[in-house]
Design a protein around this ligand. Structure first.
Ligand SMILES: [Zn+2]
Length: 591
């Protein structure tokens, strides 16, 4: 990769205090193995291979599972890689889903399943093995031929899969040699060394007894030749990356919310949930958060957004001081948000480390309140590896397990639906192959047509500004006919009739600029109706199907049980007229 391209991934910036810091966003391919390649083969382009696996249910009722392997490469900018419509992630195979019920011994069955997984992965990744060191000529999108070295760099998966890939036992860290009783300590432990592990696994060919003894001593599962053993430049322990969804949202944040509820009491926390006024992008929990079951990662994210607000100033039963709890909660929330930054500087990574250190400093408070007896939680320990992974592989959105949920729909569930559900894998792969060919053909046609377009115009993007949103209206109004009187009294829309005649006069006579003339026209405008349909809600999308915002204008109502639903009138800023350049013509406040 050339120096110019490298700048896309990593930039040197000088901040206000004149100190230098690096920005890292995408995956920096030079960081990986470039140095060792450059020493004997200058001019190499490293292609970091990112592999993810995740089991998924194919059907709701028959408990049918699929175990797909997805692959992408780190050279593709993450903005493209993350969008399913760009098809930057490909499916390279399905691992058989079997319980191997024929093997009655539990330990043997577990071992056989691990060996099966590694044998399948070895088969799927076998084609890249010979080219890691020698390289293979490939043309990049700009038409330049490069000598590309595909290197298995990142594995994305949840904790059981990380342990399966790294051949480590449940409850142990797949990245370092921390002992189970030290998991709650905030320290750096010696990393696992791949060459030592490979030496151990090679014993399987010569001395099986010794192989099992050494595996046991070094805390590794006795897997028969793991798939990464022969992959050049691969450090499997480093390639295990942070998993925000399972380690943070469904892990530490879930625990933290439970501890906080136990300390402050469910009644107090839920009462505060109920009085939160509706707000932009704030999920309301009208029944509180203590009684919810089967909470998703997205819901935990929304709870985290209000968690600190829920407990600030909330008295602790027994009159204890809550300042240390607040500090502990705040430091873990800081860690959550910092770890999800889409762009990092060396300064923000230091802040990330500091917020974790602060949590460890204040975590004792949970002992004092009796909600925790120990912190030997593997998920808590995994957070200590976040900073190094971000430095190595870029921000965490480069390797997020949430993405595989979307891939399941495109590459597994839709494929399954296209089959007759009998011997489905062969049909699924043919269906996907045909679909890929069609996509490639569509892209080829688009590319050809672009070449014939006369002089493409480039627009200067300018500084970032607020996104424009598209309104999404319901087909039918909330109220079919609301009289002028009701508009005045129930909706608070005073002088609506006058405003409407002014609007009609302006629309019919766009040339009129003087206020007096406009008033005269308005006075002559006859409105031939005495009621208007009213919409109580306007939703906004950001161009996709997802609703990102909404505005409510609803008078007081009664529900079906006769209970009063209070009125809600949101304040909205309305931009009148089109937006040109960076200067908006004017913004009018309306409510
Ligand atoms: Zn570790």
């Amino acid at each position: 990769m050339s120096r110019v391209q490298q700048d896309v991934y990593r930039r040197l910036v000088v901040d206000s205090s004149s100190t230098y810091s690096f920005i890292c966003m995408d995956m920096d391919t030079n960081n990986l193995v470039k140095e060792s390649l450059e020493s004997h083969q200058p001019g190499a382009t490293v292609v970091p291979v990112i592999v993810s696996t995740d089991k998924t249910l194919l059907t709701q009722f028959r408990d049918r599972m699929a175990y797909p392997i997805y692959m992408t490469i780190g050279n593709i900018p993450k903005a493209i890689r993350r969008k399913p419509s760009h098809h930057a992630q490909v499916l390279i195979g399905y691992i058989p889903v079997t319980k191997l019920a024929g093997i009655s011994n539990k330990t043997s069955r577990r071992r056989a399943l691990a060996n099966l997984f590694h044998a399948c992965m070895d088969h799927a990744l076998g084609p890249i093995r010979p080219y890691g060191e020698t390289g293979v000529a490939m043309m990049s999108g700009d038409g330049v031929w490069r000598r590309c070295h595909p290197v298995f760099a990142v594995f994305v998966g949840d904790y059981p899969e990380q342990a399966l890939v790294a051949c480590t036992y449940n409850g142990r860290c797949p990245k370092c040699t921390v002992l189970p009783e030290q998991l709650g300590e905030y320290e750096t432990f010696p990393p696992r060394v791949p060459s030592t592990a490979i030496d151990t696994f090679r014993l399987a060919d010569s001395d099986l007894r010794r192989f099992h003894v050494v595996c046991h001593e070094s805390g590794l599962k006795p897997v028969f030749h793991p798939f990464w053993e022969a992959l050049p430049f691969t450090n499997i322990f480093v390639s295990i990356t942070p998993d925000i969804l399972h380690q943070m949202l469904q892990g530490m944040m879930k625990h933290l919310i439970r501890w906080v509820i136990r300390i402050f009491g469910a009644a107090g926390v839920d009462a505060r949930c109920r009085v939160i006024p509706p707000n932009h992008r704030t999920m309301l929990f009208p029944k509180g958060i203590s009684t919810l079951s089967r909470v998703t990662g997205k819901e935990h994210k929304k709870m985290c957004a209000i968690l600190l607000g829920l407990i600030v100033d909330l008295p602790v039963p027994g009159g204890h001081d809550s300042s240390r709890i607040l500090k502990a909660v705040r430091s873990l929330l800081d860690f959550l948000y910092l770890s999800q930054y889409q762009c990092h500087t060396s300064g923000s990574i230091t802040q990330l480390e500091e917020s974790l250190a602060a949590f460890h400093q204040f975590k004792e408070v949970f002992f004092d309140f009796g909600v925790r007896k120990h912190f030997k939680i593997p998920k808590l320990h995994s957070l200590s590896h976040y900073a190094s992974s971000i430095r190595m592989f870029g921000t965490t959105d480069n390797y997020n397990t949430e993405q595989s949920e979307r891939l399941h729909i495109d590459l597994t569930k839709n494929a399954y639906r296209a089959t007759n559900h009998k011997d489905e894998y062969a049909q699924m792969t043919i269906w996907l192959e045909r679909r890929e060919k069609l996509q490639r053909h569509v892209e080829f046609i688009n590319w050809k047509q672009q070449n014939y377009l006369p002089g493409r115009s480039w627009t200067h993007t300018g500084p970032p500004r607020a996104r424009s949103l598209s309104p999404k209206m319901a087909w039918h109004p909330s109220s079919k006919a609301v009289s002028w009187d009701d508009l005045h009294h129930r909706y608070g829309a005073v002088e609506f009739q006058d405003a409407l005649t002014d609007f009609l006069a302006q629309a019919n006579n766009p040339g009129l600029s003087r206020r007096q003339e406009l008033r005269r026209h308005a006075a002559n405008t006859l409105i031939p109706f005495c009621a208007v349909p009213v919409f109580h809600n306007i939703k906004f999308t950001d161009g996709s199907t997802e609703i990102v915002d909404s505005v409510h204008a609803r008078p007081e109502q009664k529900d079906t049980h006769g209970r009063i639903i209070p009125s809600r009138f949101d304040t909205a800023l309305v931009q009148s007229g089109p937006q040109h350049g960076t200067q908006a013509p004017g913004i009018r406040g309306e409510s």
